[in-house]
Ligand binder design. Structure first.
Ligand code: NCD
Ligand code: ZN
Length: 483
């Protein structure tokens, strides 16, 4: 074929969303050049023996909080992306609840600079969509965001919650850009009222956090967001789905043709109220971990594509911030980017899902939903060489002390898992090899917004949007038209 490859990976089992096949992969300039039988591979400078291993498209974690700039004691772009590399994650989307929040072109440019200097893996940056950032939408889109994030409820970082009126206006402005709006879908007014009543009643125990955020906050928020998305034609994504009940408005909206997608996270698939006593403040997360009866419906929703993907909501905090006695003073969230793949592979080994399902949830669908497929999320000629090479049968124990994340406190400490990422490649370069970080790849990660290709935007009810009405009200009134 006339080229000399940089690397040929041979002897492994290649996993796609549809099949597991014995195949070699040839890499040149960071791009997959050939996939096929060993004897069809070009000559190569380097080869990697992946015998006994599975070769997966690297996971795309569309929900991480890398805290940089703002909270260097919790995480930064170097430690966060090192954790990603160890987790078999080759692209991350970072949330805007940093200091400053990523709600202006300047804040976005600053975060791009920081991430570009420190990241081991590729990244997308979310722009904040809130009351006072609507006017910045064009500048954020022009500045290279992967999508928007809107907080319908209060969570770590205390980003103000836009009113429903502001949300409608924000969706109207974003719809024609084609960008997807990811939603923290918990209704603030319900939670605020409940929390203040429970605090007044003297509740400080971990389960009080769950009682302040019952599933109805998510049902209400998902339903309302879906209605506004349907009206405006804005694309939306429901983050961290935690309850069986919010699946109904999600399914209904999908059935009506709303461009809505959903994610769940390992904490909702694997943990439940049975774990609160053991974990106390460590388990505090928004939305809360719920009753055991929610787990099976979430797995079923992944299986039937109601939930499109698995992300982690990697939310690192320091040990003292997670171990306070009064639950209301404990920071919400915990790290996850490093443990998602082993946790999920353990279930693959147990037969709950196939490895093809896993690749669909962790890589293929995230890439498709944000317009990155097949450049990302696939191992096929022309794709970026973003690859996790895993030992599917490897038994090991998750250990907080060994995490790359600066936050060494998770609900997963001591958990037995089966399946381990052994090597991670980003655009053809090993960023993690034989469970060791390749330190020189700091700064190798790139923003992937420039390769994003979302389908044509489909805004709706444009004639009734705020900006259109304000343009020339008299010229648009029916009286005028007939005059
Ligand atoms: C997240 C964080 O710490 O940034 N915390 C959490 O409990 N999930 C914020 C969020 O995603 O809600
Ligand atoms: Zn959230």
């Amino acid at each position: 074929m006339g080229i000399t490859a940089d690397l040929v990976i041979h002897g492994g089992l290649l996993v796609t969303a549809d099949a597991v096949i014995a195949a070699s992969v040839a890499v040149k300039d960071g791009i997959v050049r050939a996939v096929g039988a060993a004897e069809t591979m070009p000559p190569t400078r380097e080869s990697l023996d992946a015998s006994g291993m599975h070769i997966l498209p690297g996971a795309i974690d569309v929900h991480v909080h890398f805290r940089d700039p703002g909270y260097p004691h919790k995480e930064d772009w170097q430690s966060g992306t090192a954790a990603a590399a160890f987790g078999g994650v080759t692209t991350v989307f970072d949330m805007p609840n940093t200091i400053p929040p990523t709600g202006t072109a300047e804040a976005l440019a600053a975060k791009h600079r920081i991430a570009s200097a420190k990241a081991h893996v590729d990244f997308g940056l979310y722009g904040l969509l809130g009351d006072d950032t609507i006017e910045h939408v064009p500048a954020l889109v022009g500045g290279g965001i992967i999508g928007f994030k809107l907080y319908m409820g209060n969570t770590f970082g205390k980003i103000p919650t836009p009113s429903t009126g502001a949300m409608l206006e924000a969706f109207e402005v974003v719809a024609p850009t084609g960008k997807r709006i990811s939603l923290h879908a918990e209704t603030n007014s319900i939670m605020e009222r409940r929390e203040s009543r429970m605090r007044a009643a003297g509740r400080t125990d971990p389960l009080a956090h769950l009682a302040a955020r019952p599933a109805v906050v998510a049902i209400e928020a998902v339903s309302r967001a879906a209605a506004i998305a349907e009206w405006t034609g804005a694309r939306i994504h429901i983050l961290h789905i935690s309850s069986a009940e919010e699946l109904r408005p999600l399914r209904d909206a999908k059935a009506r043709g709303v461009d809505i997608t959903g994610e769940t996270c390992p904490q909702y698939l694997f943990l439940s109220t049975d774990d609160y006593d053991r974990l106390t403040g460590i388990i505090r997360v928004n939305p809360p971990v719920r009753e055991p009866r929610n787990q099976e419906p979430l797995w079923a929703a992944l299986a039937d594509n109601t939930i499109d993907l698995v992300a982690t909501d990697h939310a690192p905090h320091a040990i003292d911030e997670k171990t306070r006695n009064d639950i209301w003073t404990v920071d919400c969230g915990f790290p996850g980017v490093e443990s998602q793949m082993p946790l999920m592979l353990t279930e693959v080994n147990a037969g709950r899902a196939s490895i093809c399902d896993y690749v669909r949830w962790s890589a293929v669908n995230p890439a498709k939903v944000w317009g990155l497929y097949p450049r990302k999320g696939a191992i096929a000629p022309g794709s970026d060489v973003d690859i996790a090479i895993i030992d599917l049968g490897r038994k090991w124990v998750l250990d907080d002390a060994k995490l790359q994340s600066r936050s060494r406190i998770t609900p997963w400490n001591g958990r037995k898992v089966v399946g381990q990422p052994v090597h991670t490649l980003v655009r053809g370069r090993f960023v993690m090899r034989d469970r060791a970080l390749i330190a020189e790849t700091r700064g190798w990660g790139r923003s992937i917004h420039s390769i994003q290709a979302m389908p044509e935007p489909k805004p709706r009810n444009i004639d009734q949007s705020m900006s259109r009405i304000l343009q020339s009200p008299s010229a648009r009134s029916p009286v005028n038209e007939t005059a």
